[in-house]
Ligand binder design. Structure first.
Ligand code: XMP
Length: 216
């Protein structure tokens, strides 16, 4: 039962709103990151709130515990429902994000392994498994694992068991939606939707595949 999550990496706040609104009926959540927030400001969170979808802050927070806590508090005060942090920073830094998230009734996801080719420089050799183990021990709600490497999602599933796995890398980065859906609780899709000639139509096509998988 996977969610379809739109990565809204657009720079023009008006167009971002237009795309989000047109796709909303097909989506389960929207992920916002540095591109849109740095361009539009944190206020964009309130602008999108009326769509009624959970909003995930993808800041890949990776600082010392005190700073992580300050960042996470800003994120949840702004109206976000979930935050993504890095795990290589260690237990105390991850716990600062998890604690802040849970204090607001929100969720925290820890990046276990990234989806791009260069990620293999450091995330191989068991590091991702160690980060996923840490995420579980820190009571994180889930991890981020690469749609570009389904075999790695399977390996990390054995570590996180019933915790959620959200997976970016579908479409433009090469990940296959149908192959990844049975493995995760959420797929994160950016350019394949917002870069399509008709984003609403593309989101609807993907949502239909997600719903097929849900009912199979
Ligand atoms: P595209 O356009 O490739 O966008 O569909 C993917 C979105 O997901 C983010 N991304 C990641 N986030 N770990 C993460 O936490 C990853 O391994 C990863 N790979 C991609 C990316 O920033 C974009 O918003």
């Amino acid at each position: 039962m996977a969610d379809l999550i739109l990565a809204l990496d657009l720079l023009d706040p008006m167009y971002a709103r237009e795309v989000a609104e047109s796709c909303a009926a097909s989506l389960d959540a929207i992920k916002l990151g540095y591109p849109l927030i740095l361009s539009a400001g944190l206020g964009v969170v309130k602008d999108l709130a009326d769509l009624g979808l959970p909003l995930i802050a993808d800041f890949k927070v990776a600082d010392i515990p005190n700073t992580n806590g300050l960042i996470a508090n800003q994120v949840f005060s702004a109206g976000f429902d979930a935050i993504i942090c890095h795990g290589f920073t260690g237990r105390d830094a991850v716990e600062a994000c998890v604690d802040a998230a849970h204090a607001y009734g929100g969720e925290c996801f820890v990046v276990a392994e990234m989806s791009h080719p260069g990620a293999l420089s450091f995330f191989s050799r068991g590091v991702a498994e160690q980060i996923a183990t840490l995420a579980v021990e820190c009571r994180a709600d889930g991890i981020i694992a690469p749609a570009t490497r389904p075999e790695r999602i399977r390996a990390l599933r054995s570590v996180v068991r019933s915790r959620k796995i959200y997976s970016p890398g579908i479409g433009t980065q090469g990940g296959d939606l149908r192959s990844v859906l049975p493995l995760v609780e959420g797929v994160i899709v950016g350019r394949t939707i917002y870069g399509a000639a008709d984003p609403a139509k593309e989101a609807a096509v993907m949502a239909a595949i997600v719903n097929d998988e849900r009912s199979s």
